[in-house]
Ligand binder design. Structure first.
Ligand code: CA
Length: 492
């Protein structure tokens, strides 16, 4: 690829091509390759930062072009590269100087971030084409490439490609001069492509996550994708829901009211937190609150698009669990979002008997779950010991609420498996505690084809996991590994 193309849109749905706006030929110092770029406006000019292969200094380099409007045609602002490979020595790689992103803070200070395997940044002068001071590095876990900086309220968010194949994760800080705190992954590896280079923008009051997949062309003929990005109340970013259908038209969507609690979901109303708990095979139907507001259409909901007065999702599957977004618009220009967390639980496995006693054996082990009394009255440590049918290795499973079970020792039926302090993180330990019906004490079961069970905590949806090294049980995210599988042997 030797050129950069421009498309524009006023609604995020209909896109107009403006053709080539910049070509590598504009840079006399570039050998080849039009790579990742970003454009930043300042003082009525548009600055176009690019990555390309340098002609005389081996490796990639970053250049900057300028134009008076986004359609260009852009010209080289410097006549030489802004960053060359020899200016950064943290990595021996010849392509650590790629993927520029520029951010201008509220006080007018501009920053250039870039990197591959090492994340670099440097201040820019107000003219946007000269660096100002030393080049620094940023410590980020599993940084691969593609840094992008944005600000929401008073927090700086540095998102980047994490690991390989790439997820997108982010870190935050209250100051760009301070260190960043790693947060979490927001976009998992995409279809057909090991990279997924993101940017995060706000348009007409809505945040968007723009990235690429290999959906149409594959690894090296990438497809641009746009999906909604939402923040939680504490400012954290909800995991992106990659949709095949992208987003609906942007028309001041928040002006409308949520289709609230009158919406029907299998006769279950959604909660204040817009969380829906449903079972595999359930259906969802949303109706607008009033019927006199014209014809409603919707889009972008879990990959489903339609044009009717109801959002109707048939046959939920457990893998649909996550953040689901729908934009409803009507023919009078009103719009409203549905944005909620959907949790789809597996149906109760056939053959599992409420009130029956079981030995719980971790897959690929000769051990069974048992417990040790501790000094505390109500707390006991769950451990593992040689497989046998002793009473202290028998557990009563009892269906307590909907699809959720308690797991109690046969000798102490008032106690049960409990995730310590209701923690939701990976590694939180599972102990015995007086059973009071907490969601951190209730478990749901999924039977796999190989006959083993996954056992998940209701409050965290995380798997009961055999921590072999420490001979105990913990919760951790579902990895599909054997240490999250258990055999349940009924004992009569
Ligand atoms: Ca370098």
């Amino acid at each position: 690829m030797n050129d950069w193309q421009l498309f524009s849109s006023t609604d995020m749905v209909n896109w107009k091509s403006h053709g080539e706006v910049l070509n590598v030929d504009a840079f006399s110092w570039v050998l080849r390759d039009a790579w990742a770029s970003e454009v930043e406006e300042r003082n009525g000019k548009f600055y176009f930062y690019i990555s390309a292969e340098h002609k005389t200094k081996p490796g990639k380099a970053i250049g900057v072009a300028v134009a008076d409007n986004p359609e260009g045609h852009f010209r080289d602002a410097l006549g030489h590269a802004l960053i060359t490979n020899d200016m950064t020595n943290k990595s021996e790689s010849s392509f650590d100087d790629i993927d520029p992103t520029v951010f201008v803070d509220d006080d007018g200070q501009a920053y250039l971030y870039w990197g591959n395997n090492t994340c670099y940044y440097v201040k820019l002068k107000e003219n946007m084409i000269e660096i100002d001071g030393e080049i620094h590095t940023v410590d980020l876990p599993r940084f691969t490439e593609a840094p992008f900086l944005h600000k929401n309220k008073n927090t700086y968010y540095l998102s980047y490609a994490y690991g390989w194949s790439e997820s997108i994760a982010y870190a935050t800080s209250n100051s760009l001069e301070g260190s960043l705190t790693f947060q979490k992954i927001i976009n998992r590896p995409v279809n057909n492509c090991r990279t997924n280079h993101q940017s995060i923008i706000e348009f007409k009051g809505q945040s968007y996550f723009i990235y690429h997949t290999g959906d149409i062309g594959g690894e090296y003929r990438r497809s641009v994708a746009v999906d909604y990005l939402f923040y939680n109340e504490d400012g954290s970013i909800k995991e992106i829901v990659p949709t095949a259908t992208s987003v609906g038209p942007a028309i001041n969507a928040h002006a409308g009211s949520y289709l609230g609690r009158n919406s029907q979901v299998n006769n279950k109303e959604w909660t204040e937190h817009r969380e829906l708990s449903l079972l595999e095979g359930d259906k969802i139907i949303f109706k607008p609150q009033t019927s006199d507001e014209g014809t409603w259409s919707w889009s972008g909901a879990g990959g489903i698009r339609g044009n009717q007065s109801r959002l109707h999702i048939k046959k939920l599957k457990e893998d649909m669990t996550g953040n689901l977004v729908a934009l409803f618009t009507n023919n009078k220009g009103k719009a409203t979002f549905l944005d909620f967390n959907l949790i789809v639980y597996p149906q109760i496995p056939k053959g599992l008997k409420s009130g029956a006693m079981y030995v719980i054996q971790p897959a690929n082990s000769d051990y069974a779950v048992t417990f040790e009394e501790t000094a505390s009255n109500s707390e006991a440590r769950i451990t593992l010991d040689e497989l046998s049918y002793d009473t202290n290795k028998l557990w009563r499973l009892k269906l307590d609420d909907d699809v959720f079970w308690s797991i109690s020792p046969s000798t102490e039926l008032s106690e049960g498996f409990d995730v310590r302090d209701g923690l939701k993180n990976d590694g939180a330990d599972v102990l015995l505690w007086s059973y009071w019906g907490g969601t951190n004490q209730q478990w749901y079961f999924k039977k796999l084809k190989n006959g083993y069970y996954q056992i998940k905590a209701r409050h965290s949806q995380k798997c009961l996991t055999y921590d072999r090294a420490n001979n105990r049980l913990i919760q951790s995210a579902d990895t599909g590994n054997m240490n999250q599988l258990f055999k349940l042997i009924e004992v009569k």
